[in-house]
Structure formats: structure tokens, C-alpha cells
Design a protein around this ligand. Structure first.
Ligand SMILES: C[S@@+](CC[C@H](N)C(=O)[O-])C[C@H]1O[C@@H](n2cnc3c(N)ncnc32)[C@H](O)[C@@H]1O
Length: 276
């Protein structure tokens, strides 16, 4: 699809990543709902929520469930992803509670008025200057309001321990080096940066993901999409034997029928509050 990331330091095609974003939201849905539920405890009376770099709305829809009385402003630079989010909101019958706004947050900060909760799910590390964005978030936050930064600690692993898992690990070690060069804020510790942006009561929660059978029925498809992306990233950069293993896993729909997949990884939630 035609939309390209707009932040200048990545050539990721976000529109074609829409399926992966949706799969992540589906397959890890219960983890995400637990995380947004913890925000419900921090900000029980939130009415205006901002989903920053919302993508296809994984965070938007989890937040809509946690905060049934809230309105959610979903902001992203990609018109294609926002259109996808809007049609999902229509399908769920919550279009009255969700507003989409296209904005390149590297270039500008939209006039959005006081916000009770801002959610930045796997988006902050994409911005050219996330510290400036965090200052803008704090300025737009109502006194006492909450910011939540949710980031992955690394890619999810699907292949079983041992030979296949070792190939997956070796390939990710190579692709992660490339990501680190393209996105220097990936893997950052956001706690001191939230404090520097003026937030208080900063808390960190690491969420370990270790899901075994029975897994969500879309797990095979998510593994397939992830390993296709991995294969494209490491072609020519890893030993031919490792590439051949990835190719055999990706042949046809083999991954959709494997019964030995699991899901391992970790994500971290940072929260902060604007002083009241
Ligand atoms: C990895 S996706 C995460 C999407 C969603 N929050 C989720 O958790 O599934 C990162 C999102 O940030 C958006 N993004 C990246 N740079 C941006 C920018 N400068 N302005 C606005 N959105 C941006 C991308 O379009 C993409 O939707």
C-alpha cells in the first residue's frame, strides 16, 4: 500500500503493517486489557483519552472497553491506518465515542484541549523527538491526569526452544541491530524522560509474556507475519542455513498448522501523572 512512514528515519510501510498490528491486538488481547484495566484504577473518572500513534486502534479499543464513559481521540500520521480504525469503530458501534485525527507529530502538536489519559502504545520510539512530544502531552494533560507509555522489550518469539528457537534468536539479534540504528529511541527507559517532561509519580511495570497452548487461533497467522518480516529483514545478513530454516517454516501455510508454537516476550508500561 502507498502510505509510508512520515518520520524520516524509517522506511516501514505502516499500511501493510495493519494486519500485524491487528493480530497483536487480538492475540495479546488479554494482556492488553489487563494493562488498560490498571489505568482504569489510576484514572477512574477519565472522560477524554488520547491514543497517540494509534495505528489500527489496538489501544483505542482496549481503552474504550476499560473506560465506557470516555471519548477517545485517536491520532496518527497515517490516513490509511486511521480509516481502518474508523471502520472498526463503526463495526463495534462505538463510532460516537471515537474521533480520528491525522497529524504528523514530528511536525506539529494538534490543539486537542485538556486530556485525562494519554496512551502511547509502541509509538513513542518512532518519533524523531519523543521528549518534545512528552512535553506537549504534559501541557495537554489536565492537572492530575495520567500518561501511559507501553513499549515492547523486544520482538515476540514464537518458535519452540532448541533448534528452531535458536535460529529465531540468531535472526532477531541481527534484525534488532538494524532497528536500533533506524530507531534510536527503541528500547529506551522512559521513566527519567517522563520525569524530565514534568510528570510525577512515575511508575514502571514489566509484563512478562509466556503463553503456551491452548493459544489464540490467530497465533499461527501472527507467527507467519512476524517471521515473514524477519526473513525480509535478515536476507543476506545471516548464514544461508538459518535463512533456509525460515524459508521452510514459511513455505505454504505450514506455520498455521504447527502445534508447537508459543509466545514469549515482554512489554513495559510506564505511567506518570501531571501534578494536580
Ligand atoms: C508500532 S505502531 C503502534 C500502533 C498502535 N499504537 C498499537 O499499539 O498497535 C506505531 C504507530 O505510530 C505512528 N507514527 C509513527 N510516527 C508518527 C508521527 N511522526 N506522527 C504520527 N504518528 C506516527 C505510525 O503511523 C504507527 O501507526
Amino acid at each position: 500500500m502507498e502510505h509510508r512512514a512520515h518520520h524520516g528515519h524509517s522506511d516501514v510501510d505502516w499500511a501493510s503493517a495493519a494486519e500485524s498490528l491487528d493480530l497483536d491486538g487480538e492475540v495479546l488481547g488479554s494482556t492488553l486489557r489487563d494493562v488498560t484495566a490498571s489505568l482504569g484504577v489510576l484514572a477512574p473518572s477519565a472522560r477524554r483519552i488520547l491514543d497517540l500513534g494509534c495505528g489500527t486502534g489496538t489501544g483505542t479499543f482496549a481503552l474504550a472497553a476499560t473506560f465506557p464513559a470516555a471519548h477517545i481521540l485517536a491520532v496518527d500520521g497515517s490516513a490509511a491506518l486511521l480509516a481502518h480504525l474508523q471502520s472498526r469503530a463503526d463495526g463495534l458501534g462505538i463510532d460516537q465515542r471515537v474521533t480520528t485525527l491525522q497529524a504528523d507529530l514530528d511536525q506539529m502538536w494538534p490543539e486537542i484541549g485538556p486530556i485525562d489519559v494519554t496512551w502511547a502504545g509502541m509509538s513513542l520510539h518512532h518519533f524523531a523527538d519523543p521528549d518534545r512530544v512528552l512535553v506537549d502531552v504534559r501541557r495537554s494533560t489536565r492537572p492530575g491526569g495520567v500518561v501511559a507509555v507501553f513499549e515492547m522489550d523486544g520482538p515476540l518469539r514464537f518458535l519452540p526452544d532448541g533448534g528452531l528457537g535458536d535460529v529465531e534468536s540468531r535472526c532477531y539479534a541481527v534484525s534488532e541491530q538494524q532497528h536500533a540504528a533506524a530507531m534510536p529511541h527503541r528500547g529506551a527507559d522512559w521513566a527519567p524522560r517522563l520525569e524530565r517532561a514534568g510528570f510525577v509519580d512515575v511508575q514502571v511495570h514489566r509484563i512478562v509474556i509466556d503463553l503456551r497452548a491452548p493459544l489464540h487461533p490467530l497465533t499461527g497467522r501472527y507467527a507467519q507475519r512476524s517471521l515473514q518480516g524477519l526473513r525480509a529483514a535478515v536476507a543476506g545478513r545471516v548464514p544461508a542455513d538459518d535463512l533456509a530454516v525460515l524459508d521452510s517454516l514459511l513455505a505454504g501455510d505450514a506455520l498455521l498448522h504447527r502445534e508447537d508454537l508459543n509466545i514469549r516476550g515482554a512489554r513495559t508500561l510506564w505511567t506518570g501523572r501531571r501534578a494536580g
